[in-house]
Unconditional design. Structure first.
Length: 495
């Protein structure tokens, strides 16, 4: 199995090379040249535990890793660092199965991939005889940064640098990042939004002369963002697992279809669900749920992607994105893997801020439904689900839940069981959760950690240890830079 760039099929790498590289030199993303089918039936797969299933799924896509190598990576990634034995437990509330992807160390779904990526990457380096120190550059809308650092901190022969938008993340997210320990980590905030951070980072990764300079010093860049195929592949596993869970618990019969709803930002998580479908999981519709930054909703409705619009800061900051990187992979797949078409559209996006897909490509979107939730609808959904069922969802999950609810009301969603990806612990976004549960009350004087106390009082659910840790932790990173200075900050870090 080879991987090629979405912008040039001539660039072909093995899986481990693609993981090492992160982003293709032409700016394209790596995609498998064909999508493999699951080798076992869903019934057989439903008898496996999470780690066994992870191997069954991942070896198909990372086929140049030996069985021993891959199993070792999986073993190290999914253990006691998760606070639930099942790794991804599922809760049923209000007619929906919430797939809880936030039981890892940083209490957001990014852990699902970032607990394993460092192992995949260091194994890939070994396999390919790479002795350079690997430098991970990461731009974050809030959750990736912390999760990546948690995975890479003090991993030998790696360094990690995180860029986050100043003022664009929640207080808990910020504290989690700026208190990060580790000899090999650096965190800086950037005057700009997430798109600025991501664009700046991609520019650095494509800067040939800078790359030469750091290569001569014994470094090599890679990325921990979902542009890295090593992020995407582990995310396919939990969608297979969700189906297996329903089958094992006799909620469905083999072959029954399910719908999956995903709160979407950079389009990585939902793309993993799309790949799970293409690999053979019986999925009817994939629901792409957006917040007020609804560029994707418009895209699915009209076939036009237009990022020329206002950027909004919302209560679901990890979805505050106007340039969804992974959509490029979908564009590639629905164009029948046409690298020229994909490349042209991505040029248009960066030059004109807009592109339109063909009618033929639009047919490929029939796997999806899309919708968005306003801030009021999101807050209302948190309160509705909690009042009706006693189950608490975070602000991102609430966007997805609200969108699925609306589509159901409008009769656009089939009766198949609905699995909604629950992407973060409510404690990570305590302020907005409390405000949603107690609308009209004034909590203006309380800081975010005091809001966590309020949430604990309200719900009697104990705060997770990830929150307890940041209460006393020392601030270790306090640099704020302009977007133009990102490259200089990287150079300084490597000196
Ligand atoms: C990153 C993130 C998302 C968006 O996921 P994408 O893969 O970027 O679409 C949604 N919710 C939470 C909590 C996140 O951290």
């Amino acid at each position: 199995m080879n991987y090629n760039s979405t912008r040039n099929k001539g660039i072909r790498l093995t899986a481990s090379e693609a993981i090492l590289k992160g982003l293709s030199d032409d700016g394209g993303l790596f995609v498998p040249e064909s999508i493999p089918k699951l080798e076992k039936s869903m019934r057989e797969l439903s008898e496996l535990d999470y780690k066994e299933l992870a191997f069954e799924v991942m070896h198909l896509l990372l086929d140049d890793f030996t069985e021993e190598e891959l199993k070792k990576c999986i073993e190290r990634a999914y253990g006691d660092n998760f606070d639930d034995e099942e790794i991804v437990p599922m809760s049923f509330a209000d007619g929906t199965y919430y797939l809880e992807l936030y039981h890892g160390p940083t209490i957001a779904f990014k852990d699902m991939a970032l607990q394993i990526l460092p192992h995949l990457l260091t194994t890939a380096a070994k396999k390919n005889g790479v002795s350079d120190e690997i430098v991970i550059l990461t731009s974050t809308s809030g959750d990736t940064g912390k999760a990546a650092m948690a995975g890479f901190a003090d991993v030998p022969n790696t360094r990690i640098m995180v860029f986050f938008p100043d003022g664009g993340v929640s207080d808990v997210q910020r504290l989690q990042m700026v208190t990060q320990k580790g000899q090999n980590v650096s965190v800086v905030s950037v005057k700009g939004n997430f798109d600025d951070c991501q664009t700046g980072m991609k520019k650095i990764l494509q800067d040939a002369s800078f790359k030469e300079e750091i290569t001569s010093k014994g470094f090599r860049f890679s990325s921990a963002n979902s542009i890295n195929i090593g992020r995407l592949v582990p995310q396919i596993v939990y969608y297979v697992y969700a189906y297996c869970n329903l089958l094992r618990n006799e909620k469905i019969s083999e072959g029954d279809k399910i719908n999956i709803c995903v709160p979407t930002g950079n389009f990585g998580n939902i793309l993993a669900a799309y790949l799970a479908k293409k690999m053979g999981v019986p999925i009817d519709k994939l629901i792409c749920a957006s917040n007020k930054n609804n560029v994707l909703t418009d895209f699915f409705e009209t076939g036009v992607y237009d990022r020329r619009r206002d950027f909004h800061l919302t209560m679901s900051p990890s979805m505050d994105i106007l340039i969804s990187s992974n959509l490029e992979r979908l564009i590639y797949f629905i164009s029948d893997c046409d690298d020229k078409v994909t490349s042209d559209m991505m040029s248009k996006l960066s030059e004109e801020g807009r592109y339109e897909i063909t009618d033929r490509m639009r047919e490929g979107l029939s796997d999806f439904l899309a919708g968005y939730a306003s801030e009021e609808e999101t807050a209302g959904e948190i309160k509705r689900v909690y009042s009706d069922t006693g189950y608490l969802i975070d602000t991102h999950t609430a966007v997805a839940s609200a969108v699925a609810f609306k589509l159901k009301e409008e009769g656009k969603l089939s009766d198949a069981p609905l699995v909604t990806a629950s992407t973060a612990s409510p404690y990570k976004f305590a302020r907005n959760i409390v405000l949603a549960l107690k609308p009209g009350e004034d909590f203006g004087k309380l800081n975010d950690l005091q809001m966590v106390d309020e949430l604990e009082k309200l719900t009697e659910m104990p705060e997770p240890s990830a929150i307890r840790e940041i209460r006393e932790a020392k601030i270790r990173h306090d640099k704020l830079i302009a977007m133009e200075d990102m490259k200089a900050a990287v150079a300084e870090f490597l000196n």
